[in-house]
Design a protein around this ligand. Sequence first.
Ligand code: NOJ
Length: 763
Amino acid sequence: MKSKRSLVLLVLILTGYMNGIGAEIKNGRTAEKVDSLLSKMTLAEKIGQLNLYAGGWEFTGPVPADANNQQKYEMIKSGGVGAMLNVLTADGTREAQKLAVENSRLGIPLLIGYDVIHGYQTMMPIPLGQAASWEAEVARQGAQVAAREASASGVNWTFAPMMDIVRDARWGRMMESPGEDPYLASYMSKAWVEGFQGGDLSNPETIAACAKHFAAYGFAEAGRDYNTVDISMQTLYNMVLPPFKTASDAGVASFMNSFNEIGGVPANGSEMLQRKLLKGEWNYQGFVVSDWGSIGEMITHGYAADTLEAGYKALTAGSDMDMEARVYENSLEALVTSEKIDMSVLDDAVRRVLTIKYDLGLFDDPYRYCDADREKKELLSKENLRIAREAARKSIVLLKNENNLLPLSKKGQTIAVIGSLAGSKDVPLGSWRAQAITNSAVSLVEGIQNAVDKKTQVTFTNGYNLTQGNREFIRELNIVEGDQSDFSNAIELAKKSDVVVLALGEDCWQSGEGRSQTDIGLKGDQMDLMYELLKVNKNIVVTLMNGRSLAIPELDENIPAILEVWHLGSEAGNAIADVLFGDYNPSGKLPVSFPRNVGQCPIYYNHKNGGRPVTNPHDAGMVFWSHYTDSPNSPLYPFGYGLSYTSFEYSDLSISTTEMGTSDRLTASVKVKNTGDKTGQETVQLYIRDYVGSVTRPVKELKGFEKVQLEPGEERVVKFTISNETLSYYRADLSFGSEPGKFAVMIGGNSQKTLTTDFRLVD
Ligand code: NOJ
């Protein structure tokens, strides 16, 4: 007995040692090593660590005579480069490391960065799709797979996760974001960071993550990428920064700042964000990398007169590493030798970069991430594809299901699969697809064919053509309009079939960086085809493939069943088939509001009430209210919305007290019952409203959620705890705290349909 107890004690001590004291000692040792290395470095070598170059050539092949590449090559050898991006393959990255390690005076290894956003070669759903799962495991496991694959190929640093809050579907980068809500975005982003980094950066199967873009990049005016951002401090602190704070607390290795300005100061030059908040108040120990060329863009913004001033402003503000602007390379030596910048400022930046290199284990073995054997085994492995399929089906959102058209039977019926998106093995891979192999996804039609029995007849035709040309790199996506040559085939198939599965949506290159749009409807001939098909067959299921929320009121009006399937990754077709045929009961919920029309953008559920809110727009009879004369204010599908093949009923909302003090806790509970005939999962959502604040508060804010699985007829009481922290926010003076007064508690299955009760917070 005694020995058992001492064993437990020993385990506890060891665990404590590993997690706490051990970590401290390790950090202390790393700091010593970093300082010792720093003391040996010349000024040029220090500056070199802050240079991030893009690899413009194949390291595995012969080095071209091209002067620029040759120059990069020489720079690495001289210790003038600290990190590379877009250098690929286990062998290629090994070559790059060799240049640094075996040629430079101090042999400092390189960070090898890459945009591993939703997978390296096995593609997970786009991040927006993953957020629709409302499941940390989806994010965590997806990031683990991505890290395993990328690390085998020599990448040790990803530029992900992106945690920009987005309210405007015109912005092409909505696909990379966890959506419009800071609570959900923090939840997903933390899991992404944990997935990429694991508990231990020195594990060769994990990679350093990067919280981006710091900050407010998603608030680009008019949804136009790289445009100016004008945002209040309250919105910045309460809406935009929470996921970044969570990532910082979770130990994310790096931050990337953003292209936009905040309050007239480009993010690279923002002392307020980088020095004061991130490295000051948050005590963040990792490093900050700029976005591509963005330190130089401070000149274009009109915030720095020249390279020297841009370098000065960025480094002193806390931007540690320069991605491809070559500003640090061309300014820091002069700035430090003329004593405009103190050596300690430079040392701080270099120390941060070197620390991550030590943490990654690069000084023990610079080639630990370049493992050609592991690369062969890891990329597109069966296990990775299994995880991708699981993630994909959990990301699907059922938007409409009139008369329970879905799920479809797998047996003995005729299914017409129509739409070029349904045949595409490429579009589901999405934008930001890293090293995904072109045309490597399971298409929708393949997924359906894999799922049905032999007696089921599956026919397919393109119907419309969405895009043509080199889709990835062209400036404007070439949307095909007016080619209705395949319409008659599609109509014939629809006529002869019991049901039509019609794939509509967006080409994957309609979203992503630089892909803003003023029209967020369905492009090309898609709507024309839909109307033609409706004339001959009403049993149409639309699967919507897209990278942003779309304005699809006509679909909602005319189509009985709609599945939002995003760009779902490598296993897209199989995952969609899982849901179409009911092998998986859809459980996703929208992470963004779907507008009725583009004119409603930006649209988001956690808006302010304003002085003249519209409660009943069409009966009001007057125009002097905050409304549109040609559209309701409400979205077509609200944030948090998503149906199931079963139904859920909410009742008996109750709170443990109607008056709580700041040190109390209140329990809010609700009964959720599965009233349908299938087992299903429901994400029960808790929102609160602070009715009166020293600055105005949103009409509702997500403060918790729980996913429950219920058998037919089963009911469960779901409980949430509300503490003073739940009710706190960043006030006018940016202090974080609550204010006494009346609050609403709202619980339901989406942000619009909730049960509501009130309570008071007292001093
Ligand atoms: C620019 C993008 O804004 C950023 O997110 C990305 O990581 C870099 N380019 C590197 O590709």
